[in-house]
Design a protein around this ligand. Structure first.
Ligand code: PRX
Length: 660
C-alpha cells in the first residue's frame, strides 16, 4: 500500500519493474482467466501498486441496468500524487514531458518530474486564487503546449473537473459544451500554432462567451502574441497569476501544495464525444478506475520499460491524449513526448525527425497519419535514424493491411511489434489489442481482449452469434459483458442518456456501436461503426450533427450525410443536400455550406463532398434510407438495394446520375 509499494521504493527508475506487467503469452492467458474468474481479487491486487490515502471499501459494485459502476469506492487518493509526487524521490530529474514545438527552430522544453510538480502545484494555486473549487468544471481550450498539461493536472490536483476541448472546434461547439457542463472557468491561450496556421483561440473563446452567464474567469496563456481582447474582471493573464502563485507555493526552495483528497469514484474529467443522435455527450470518467486502467493498459500494451521514451502523436483534446500522453505514462513514471505541430510541417519528415532527435522508443499514432505520410513516398525518411524504435502502435480507426505493412517495413524496419489498440472515449483506455511482442499481432486485427474485458458478438436481437460464416468467422455487433475499471460512469448531467446510449440496446451489455469479426483463435477485427457515427481521420463525427449544421444554412431544405471510403482519412463525409436555389452558383453555395459547418461544429466536420439533389430516398413513413445513399456514395450504380418501399423510387436514379 501507499508509499511502501515496490514502485515507489525503487532507487533507479531503469531497474524499476511493474509487478503487473504481462511478459508471456502464458501469463496473458492466466491473467485473463483470473481477471474474469476473480475480478475483485485481480484488480484489487493491481490497485495496491498505487498511492492511496485510504484503501477502498469494495473493489467493484455494478449493474448495467441503471447503470451503476463503482470501482475502488471509498478509496481516497489524488491522481496527481500518483502521476507526479510519488516519482519525485527517485526520479525528480527524469523528464516527464519532452515538448517539441511546432516550429523546429524553436527551443525544445524538457519538463522533469520536479518541474512538473512545481508547475502543477503553482497552477493549482492559481485555480484556487481564482475561486475554483473541488467539483467545479473547468474548460480547457489550448494548443499542445506543456501549460496544457499543467492546467489539466492542476485541476486534478484540487479536484476540479477538467473538460478539454480540441482546438479544431468552433465557438458554437464550445458554447454548447460550456453550457452542458455548466462550466465556470476557462483556461486558454491567445493562439495556437498548428503547422503553418495560427489558430486564434482566445478570440474563438470570446465568440463562444457572447451571452454566456456562467463563466466567471478566463485564464489566458501567451503563446502566439496574437493581439487579443482581455475583458476587465473576467480575463486574467496566466503569467501574472503564476508569478503570484509562485510565492504562495514555494518557500526556501520547497514546493508544497497539498493535493485534495478525492474519492476513487469522484469525477476526474468530462470529454465530449459524438454519438448517433443530437449533440455530443459529455463522457464522465472517475479517478480511481481510470487511473488504474490507463496505467495498466499503457504498461502492458506498449510493454513500456522504464527509461523508454514514449511518443503519442494524438492531441490532448481527444481521449488518446488524455490517456496515453498524460495519465497513463505519467502514472507509470514514463517520459512522454508532446508535439505541438502536425506530421507534415514543415515537411512530411517531421515525425521521423522527432523520433531521431529524442531517440523515441514507442510511437503511437493513427492510421490516417500513416496513410498520409505513406503518400509522400520514401524521401522524407531519408537520413532519419529510426533505430531507437521498439514498439509501434495504432489507434482510432481500422488500419488497412497496406498501411500496416508500410508501418512495419519502413518505420519499424520489421523489428518492432505493432499493436492495434481498439478502444473508445467511453472505455478510458484500450480494450482489445495485442501486447507488443508478447501476444501475436495480426495485420488489421486488434486481436485479443485485455484482462478484465469480456467481449461478446451479438446479432440485432441481442442474441450471441455462435454460427461462423463461410470464412469461419463470427460476425456481429460488439458488446462487452462486464465492467473494466476504465469504463465511463455517466454522461454529464444526463444519466438516462448514458443508459439509453450504451446499456439499453442489448440487455445487460455495454454496446460499443462497432461491428466486429472474431476468428477461431479468439482474435477480434473491428470493422467499423454500425450506427450513424462517422470516423473521419480517427475522429468521431455524428451524421446527425453534420446534418443539423448543414440545415442551418439559409436555403437548405434538407440534407442527409453518410460516410464513404477515403484513401487517407479512412472515411470521408458525403452530404446530399436539397437546396432551394442551387441554380445561382453551385460552387459558391457549396463554399457557403462549408463555412456554415465550420462555424457550427468546426473545420473537422466539413463535408468532403456536397451533392445537390432534388429529393432524398425516403420510406413512406418519411425515414431517409441511408443505406441506399451509402451505396451511392461508395460509387455503386446498380445494386443500391431494395428501392420498392420508397415513396419516390425515381429519386434514386437522379442521385446516381449526379454522383460526384
Ligand atoms: O469505431 C471505433 C474506432 O474509433 C471509435 C472510437 O472513437 P473515439 O471515441 O473518438 O476514440 C478514438 C480513440 C480511442 C471506435 O468505436 N476505433 C478506435 N480504435 C480502433 C477503431 N477501429 C478499429 N481499430 C481500432 N484500433
Amino acid at each position: 500500500m501507499g508509499t511502501s509499494n515496490q514502485f515507489y521504493k525503487t532507487n533507479d527508475y531503469r531497474a524499476m519493474a511493474y509487478p503487473y506487467q504481462i511478459t508471456s503469452l502464458e501469463q496473458y492467458k492466466k491473467d485473463y482467466q483470473r481477471s474474469v474468474d476473480e475480478p475483485e481479487e485481480f484488480w484489487g491486487a493491481i490497485a495496491e501498486n498505487f498511492l492511496w490515502r485510504k484503501k477502498w471499501d469494495k473493489v467493484l459494485d455494478w449493474n448495467f441496468s441503471e447503470p451503476k459502476i463503482e470501482w475502488f469506492k471509498g478509496g481516497k487518493l489524488n491522481i496527481t500524487e500518483n502521476c507526479i509526487d510519488r516519482h519525485l524521490e527517485t526520479m525528480g530529474d527524469k523528464p516527464a514531458i519532452i515538448w517539441e514545438p511546432n516550429n523546429p527552430e524553436e527551443r525544445t522544453r524538457v519538463v522533469t518530474y520536479s518541474r512538473l510538480h512545481k508547475r502543477v502545484c503553482q497552477f493549482a494555486q492559481v485555480l484556487i486564487n481564482n475561486g475554483v473549487k473541488k467539483g467545479d468544471r473547468v474548460c480547457i481550450y489550448m494548443g499542445m503546449i506543456p501549460e496544457l498539461a499543467y492546467a489539466v493536472l492542476g485541476c486534478a490536483r484540487i479536484g476540479a473537473i477538467h473538460s478539454v476541448i480540441f482546438g479544431g472546434f468552433s465557438a458554437q461547439s464550445i458554447a454548447d459544451r460550456l453550457y452542458d457542463a455548466q462550466a465556470e472557468f476557462i483556461v486558454t491561450c491567445d493562439g495556437a500554432y498548428r503547422g503553418a496556421k495560427d489558430i486564434p483561440l482566445k478570440s474563438i473563446i470570446d465568440d463562444a462567451l457572447i451571452g454566456n452567464r456562467t463563466i466567471k474567469k478566463v485564464i489566458v496563456y501567451t503563446r502566439t502574441r496574437t493581439p487579443i481582447s482581455m475583458l476587465k474582471g473576467r480575463d486574467v493573464w496566466w503569467e501574472d497569476e503564476m508569478e503570484h502563485a509562485e510565492s504562495q507555493v514555494e518557500k526556501d526552495n520547497i514546493v508544497s501544495f497539498p493535493a485534495t483528497e478525492m474519492d476513487a469514484e469522484d469525477p476526474l474529467f468530462i470529454l465530449y464525444t459524438s454519438g448517433s443522435t443530437g449533440k455530443p455527450k459529455g463522457v464522465v470518467h472517475t479517478i480511481g478506475g481510470y487511473m488504474v486502467w490507463t496505467n495498466y493498459t499503457f504498461i502492458n500494451t506498449f510493454q513500456y520499460t522504464p527509461g523508454d521514451i514514449h511518443f503519442c502523436t494524438a492531441d490532448i483534446g481527444w481521449i488518446t491524449g488524455h490517456s496515453y500522453i498524460l495519465y497513463g505514462p505519467l502514472s507509470a513514471g514514463a517520459t512522454s513526448v508532446m508535439f505541438e505541430g502536425i506530421p507534415t510541417y514543415p515537411d512530411a519528415g517531421r515525425f521521423w525527425d522527432i523520433i531521431d532527435k529524442y531517440k523515441v522508443n514507442i510511437l503511437y499514432t493513427a492510421p490516417t497519419a500513416i496513410r498520409s505520410l505513406m503518400s509522400y513516398g520514401m524521401d522524407p525518411l531519408k537520413y532519419k535514424d529510426l533505430s531507437s524504435l521498439k514498439t509501434l502502435g495504432t489507434v482510432g480507426e481500422p488500419i488497412n493491411e497496406e498501411a500496416w505493412h508500410w508501418y512495419d517495413e519502413h518505420i519499424g524496419q520489421k523489428k518492432c511489434p505493432i499493436i492495434d489498440t481498439w478502444w473508445q472515449t467511453e472505455t478510458g483506455g484500450t480494450l482489445i489489442s495485442n501486447l507488443a511482442g508478447v501476444t501475436p499481432a495480426k495485420p488489421s486485427w486488434a486481436t485479443l481482449p485485455m484482462p478484465g474485458v469480456q467481449p461478446l458478438l451479438v446479432d440485432e436481437h441481442g442474441e450471441e452469434v455462435t454460427e461462423p460464416d463461410e470464412h469461419g468467422m463470427l460476425k456481429g455487433n460488439l458488446c462487452i459483458k462486464a465492467p473494466w475499471p476504465g469504463i465511463l460512469r455517466t454522461t454529464y448531467g444526463d444519466h438516462e442518456r448514458c443508459r439509453t446510449n450504451y446499456f439499453a440496446t442489448y440487455k445487460d451489455l455495454y454496446f460499443t456501436g462497432d461491428g466486429a469479426l472474431k476468428d477461431k483463435d479468439g482474435n477480434y477485427r473491428i470493422t467499423g461503426r454500425v450506427d450513424d457515427v462517422l470516423n473521419v481521420s480517427g475522429h468521431r463525427i455524428g451524421t446527425a450533427e453534420v446534418e443539423n449544421a448543414i440545415n442551418m444554412h439559409a436555403g437548405v431544405v434538407e440534407s442527409a450525410v453518410v460516410g464513404y471510403q477515403h484513401d487517407i482519412k479512412g472515411q470521408g463525409i458525403y452530404a446530399f443536400v436539397i437546396h432551394s436555389n442551387v441554380h445561382g452558383d453551385e460552387e459558391l453555395t457549396r463554399k457557403d455550406i462549408f463555412q456554415t459547418v465550420s462555424r457550427v461544429i468546426g473545420a473537422i466536420a466539413k463535408p468532403d463532398k456536397i451533392q445537390f439533389v432534388s429529393g432524398l430516398p425516403k420510406t413512406r413513413s418519411g425515414k431517409i434510407m441511408r443505406r441506399i445513399l451509402r451505396k451511392i456514395a461508395e460509387g455503386e450504380t446498380k445494386n443500391v438495394g431494395d428501392i420498392t418501399t420508397l415513396l419516390d423510387p425515381g429519386v434514386v436514379e437522379e442521385i446516381i446520375k449526379g454522383k460526384l
